[in-house]
Structures are given as structure tokens and as C-alpha cells.
Design a protein around this ligand. Structure first.
Ligand code: LMR
Length: 417
């Protein structure tokens, strides 16, 4: 009976003139372009060529180009399964143990230096959830614009735009020297109006792989503080530059100076939990009490996606609270970082040999990405002629390279150069 009525009503909906006229209200241009990064997944999946290469998505792959589920994650999943846990809702800002472990991971030993009542951490849907909730929180602080680096992760502007922030850019990467142009960067930061937020990537800058040095972080922290700007850190690659403890040095330099800030944190890459969407929003608010901050963040989360998902956070907490699993996770993370670095060095050497240009800058870039000068026509030729998928920015996801495909990649690149 129920299915009969469903068929009846859906046939009315699909054939009535009202429905057709509603369709006509959509503007002719309503089909938007695919997402520049994630939009490449279906195209890659549909490509039948066996030699195709996925250098598009910033995700770790093993020496055979396959996705990796970390050993500690598998063990944590098994342990969780055996506990027969229920699936009740989490609190709005997530599991308290997950939240305190996240603070420890970001701040390490220094976490004890931050007064407990000035730091708040909420579990979020990946770092993207944290960027969105964080942006909405900025508006509650009467901050309505944010400056992002030129260039940055393509989705930053989308997320902030949808959260209702105005977006400006500050100078960052020099496309000739392949380095940060620090003087220009500071100059443009100096010109940002007081009360603007500034997005800073903690390490392994996406897409350029160029990060400030420790001295530059020191300088930036004073500049940003003096200018009355609000720092918002995006921390998506902790562990992929030098190691867990070292990779949040920029944030720690700011917090030592008691500068209020937000951090959007991702467990996608360093725990390989991409599709589980595990992240956190940490807020350090100087004099404000974290209880007040928590009430605002909770209201924003509840009005957005209600409460965060369970399983990914349970996996992270199980690993971080078990010394043996934590050690195993750390060792495998080190190995992943080493493999990417080996491929990076090999890529730079092979490019220099084949293309007879200096590619040493690729060796200096950090983290998952290599960033070389290519134009959209060349990227499209790589895709169409060789089945090599990269975003049009020229960003290469280095973990997609292996000893088996790197020569083919360099040859293809030489041919389209
Ligand atoms: C990337 O930059 O490739 C990743 O962060 C995946 C994404 O969401 O874009």
C-alpha cells in the first residue's frame, strides 16, 4: 500500500506542470564547474587506462600507489569492536577525552603552560568543519573579514565565503624564486585593517609546500599582534614536515606571547582517517573564559550539523591514550613522511636531468605537495594524453608517485613542457 502511494505521489510530482515550471525558474547557467580538487576523483575513477596516476588529492599512498590504513588504526578499530560500544550521540562539542588529547598533541609539553580556562577545544567534522564553525565564531567576535595567502588551498575561500566572511589575500609565494617572499608578505599584512582575521597554515603549506622559518614565525607573531589582527591557524599536516612535536612550532610561538587565536585541526592525513572526517576547533581567547567560548561554539555547531560523528574520534582517542598504539602510529607516520621525502628528492633530480632546469626548489618544499610552474593547457594535456590527474594550479601530490610510475611522470611532463 505504502509503495503504491509512493509511486502515485512521485508520478504526480514528476509530471505536474507546477514541477516543470519550478525547473524553468533555475537559471540556465545553474550547472557549476566541478571542484578543482575533489571533482577530479570521479574523473580519475572513470579513466580506464591502467597507467593512470592520481596526483590530485593530498592523501598518502604506499609504494604501490595504494591507500593506507595505518596499523594502529586497524588495531584500535578491532579493540573498539570488541568493546561492543553503543552509538549514542556525542555531546555537541564531542568526546572530552578526544578534546584533551587533541590539545596535548598540538601543544605537547607546553599545553600545561596554557591556563585551562583560556583554551577550548571542540571536536568537528574534519578541519573543514572547524574552519566553518571558526569563521562563524569570528563573526560573533565582530570580525567580518579574513586574509588568506596567495595562493592557498582552493576550498578556503569557498568555506569562508559560505560562512559570510569577506575575503582578502596577502602576498605569500614568489612564482619566480619558488619561495615565500617574506618582505612582500609582511608588507601586505601591514596593510590589513585592524580587526581582520588572518589564515596561517601551520606547516606543509597547501599548495606551495613553503613554510615560514622559526625566525619568520617569531616576526609574524609580533607583526600580527601589533597590527591587531586575529590569527586563525589551519593545521592539517602535523607530522608531515619534521615530526609531531616540531610541526606546530608556529602556533606555540604565538601562544607563548598570549596571542588569542583559533586552530582548525585535521586528523585526516596524520591518522589516515580521511573519510571519517575527524577534526577539531581549538580556541585560545586570552582573558575570556573558555566556558563562555564553549557556549558560543556549541550553539554554532548545534545550529549547523548538531553534533560530531563518533567512530573516527574513538579511533584517535584509543590510539593517543594507549602508549603502545601511539608509538606504533608515530613510527608509521615517520615512515610515511620519509617515503614522501624520498620521492620528492627523486622527482627533483629526475626533472633536472630530463628538463635541464634547476628543480632544487622542489627539494626544499615540505609535506605532501610539490608546486611547479605549469599552465592549465599543460595540466590538461597530462590528463588527456597520459591519464595524469593534477589540479590546474600545478600542485603535485607527491605521495601519488612511486618507484614504478615516477619515470613515466617525468617523461610526460617533459613532453608537455
Ligand atoms: C587536498 O588539498 O587535496 C585535500 O585537502 C583534499 C581536499 O579536500 O581538497
Amino acid at each position: 500500500m505504502l509503495s503504491l502511494s509512493i509511486i502515485f505521489f512521485s508520478s504526480i510530482i514528476l509530471t505536474t506542470p507546477e514541477f516543470r515550471s519550478f525547473m524553468l525558474l533555475l537559471p540556465k547557467t545553474s550547472q557549476l564547474p566541478d571542484d578543482p580538487i575533489l571533482g577530479l576523483i570521479p574523473l580519475y575513477n572513470q579513466d580506464p587506462r591502467p597507467e593512470k596516476m592520481n596526483l590530485a588529492i593530498g592523501g598518502y599512498k604506499d609504494g604501490n600507489g595504494l591507500p593506507v590504513v595505518m596499523n594502529a588504526v586497524r588495531k584500535a578499530e578491532l579493540a573498539l569492536y570488541e568493546q561492543h560500544l553503543n552509538k549514542e550521540y556525542l555531546p555537541i562539542d564531542g568526546d572530552p577525552l578526544f578534546r584533551s588529547e587533541t590539545i596535548k598533541l598540538i601543544f605537547g609539553q607546553d599545553s600545561s603552560l596554557i591556563p585551562a580556562n583560556s583554551i577550548h577545544c571542540a571536536q568537528t567534522i574534519g578541519a573543514s568543519g572547524a574552519l566553518t564553525v571558526g569563521a562563524e565564531f569570528l563573526k560573533e567576535l565582530n570580525i567580518h573579514s579574513i586574509a588568506i595567502s596567495d595562493p592557498t588551498w582552493t576550498n578556503h575561500s569557498s568555506l569562508f565565503h559560505h560562512a559570510g566572511l569577506q575575503i582578502t589575500e596577502y602576498s605569500y609565494y614568489d612564482r619566480i624564486t619558488h619561495e615565500i617572499n617574506f618582505e612582500k608578505m609582511c608588507d601586505s599584512i601591514n596593510r590589513l585593517p585592524q580587526g581582520t582575521a588572518i589564515l596561517l597554515q601551520t606547516c606543509c603549506h597547501n599548495p606551495t609546500g613553503c613554510d615560514p622559518t622559526e625566525e619568520q614565525w617569531e616576526y609574524l607573531s609580533s607583526l600580527i599582534d601589533d597590527r591587531g589582527l586575529f590569527p586563525f591557524f589551519d593545521c592539517a599536516y602535523q607530522g608531515f614536515d619534521r615530526g609531531i612535536a616540531e610541526d606546530t612550532r608556529g602556533i606555540r610561538i604565538f601562544t607563548k606571547k598570549n596571542i588569542p587565536l583559533c586552530i582548525a585541526y585535521s586528523y585526516s592525513k596524520n591518522f589516515g582517517l580521511y573519510g571519517e572526517r575527524v577534526g577539531a576547533l581549538c580556541t585560545i581567547t586570552g582573558n575570556s573564559d573558555s566556558i563562555e567560548v564553549r557556549s558560543h561554539i556549541n550553539r554554532l555547531i548545534r545550529g549547523n550539523y548538531s553534533s560530531p560523528p563518533l567512530q573516527g574520534a574513538r579511533i584517535v582517542t584509543t590510539i593517543l591514550t594507549n602508549p603502545e598504539l601511539k608509538n606504533e602510529w608515530n613510527i608509521q607516520l615517520d615512515q610515511m613522511r620519509e617515503r614522501i621525502y624520498t620521492m620528492r628528492l627523486s622527482l627533483a633530480d629526475k626533472l633536472a636531468k630530463k628538463i635541464s632546469e634547476d628543480f632544487d626548489f622542489v627539494k626544499k618544499q615540505r609535506g605532501m605537495f610539490g608546486f611547479i610552474k605549469t599552465n592549465p593547457d599543460q595540466i590538461m594535456a597530462l590528463r588527456e594524453q597520459y591519464g595524469i590527474y593534477m589540479p590546474l594550479s600545478g600542485r603535485i601530490s607527491i605521495p601519488g608517485l612511486t618507484e614504478h610510475n615516477i619515470d613515466a611522470f617525468v617523461d610526460a611532463l617533459k613532453n608537455v613542457f
